[in-house]
Design a protein around this ligand. Structure first.
Ligand code: SAM
Length: 308
């Protein structure tokens, strides 16, 4: 970036504040009248119940041998996941542009070339909305995943454009893998981590964040959204699936970590980032047919690499 050119975070400062949904539940009697409610407050009883369920499902931890085995086979398990589901499992993440103003700024920013990396891109559910929205001719999108099957499915998509998008296979938790990564140091404007860091062994999260820090320009940012602690998906785990506090293995061998806001803050700040946003998005989803209430929690955050 040339001297004096604003960073993508600065260029996006005038964009609208992120718009979480805006349907609020003010009278519990109306809860089954809509499919979802935003920013739902949890009363003490509900929080206590959830904490008790998590205490029950995480009391017994799997052995360290099993934890290492799952780590050794992690990319194979994601390969098998994509062999089965191809590009049918996750939906395209069209909300990205309202939640993250720096993404919208990629399309409008004038000046030198811009580049972005989507980490843990899977089959492209973040990549394709970005390619569609950002028509800026000076924009380059890198994306990586450690599942070669996912990268092949992404490249076979009819919307894949090799002129603007460079996918590669990389285990972001491995320092050795980063050595072979095609992205020059201090070159990225934006990194997106969308439901990706939660799939890593917690001990390797710091490796991933330090490597991303090295590849971002000063002023560049990481846009993060992932599972929050106490999310329904955490509560639903049966005992025997817990690897460590807030870290579980699913039936298909893929793993998932549930973040608190404090945990996100700690790991990003430890890697040198400065916090711009760190929110807990609590949504109540409702199955009106079955009269079921599902309490979802996601953490959304933005961190910047400071100018020295
Ligand atoms: C839930 S998917 C999210 C995909 C995508 N970011 C999206 O927006 O839909 C998580 C992805 O992280 C990838 N992943 C998990 N651990 C990884 C690692 N250590 N290095 C690179 N990718 C990893 C998985 O293969 C999977 O594609």
């Amino acid at each position: 970036m040339g001297k004096g050119a604003p960073s993508i975070m600065e260029a996006s400062a005038d964009h609208k504040r992120p718009a979480f949904g805006n349907r609020f539940l003010t009278d519990e009697q109306h809860v089954f009248e809509h499919n979802a409610w935003d920013n739902v407050d949890w009363d003490a009883d509900h929080l206590h119940r959830v904490q008790q369920q998590i205490e029950d499902n995480s009391h017994h931890k799997m052995s360290s041998e099993r934890r290492q085995e799952l780590e050794d086979q992690a990319s194979r398990h994601w390969d098998q996941f994509y062999q089965i589901h191809q590009n049918r499992f996750f939906k395209d993440r069209k909300w990205l542009f309202t939640e993250f103003p720096p993404l919208a700024a990629l399309d409008q920013a004038a000046g030198p070339a811009l580049s972005m990396l989507e980490v843990g891109c899977g089959v492209g559910n973040t990549v394709f909305p970005v390619l569609e929205m950002v028509q800026n001719a000076r924009f380059k999108l890198y994306c990586c995943d450690f599942s070669p099957v996912a990268i092949d499915v992404l490249k076979a998509d009819k919307n894949f454009d090799p002129e603007r998008c460079l996918p590669f296979v990389c285990d972001i938790g491995s320092m050795a893998a980063w050595q072979a990564c095609p992205i020059p140091a201090q070159s990225l404007d934006v990194v997106t981590m969308i439901f990706c860091l939660s799939a890593l062994e917690p001990e390797q999260m710091g490796v991933a964040l330090s490597a991303l820090y090295d590849r971002l320009k000063p002023g560049g940012c990481v846009l993060f959204r992932d599972y929050g602690q106490y999310d329904l998906a955490q509560v639903r785990f049966k005992p025997g699936k817990c690897l460590a506090d807030n870290f579980y293995v699913r039936g298909d061998g893929t793993r998932v970590f549930f973040f608190s806001q404090d945990k996100v803050k700690a790991i990003f700040e430890q890697a040198g980032f400065v916090e711009k946003q760190n929110l807990s998005d609590k949504r109540l989803q409702v199955n009106r047919g079955k009269q079921l209430k599902m309490y979802r929690v996601w953490i959304q955050a933005q961190y910047v690499k400071p100018h020295q």
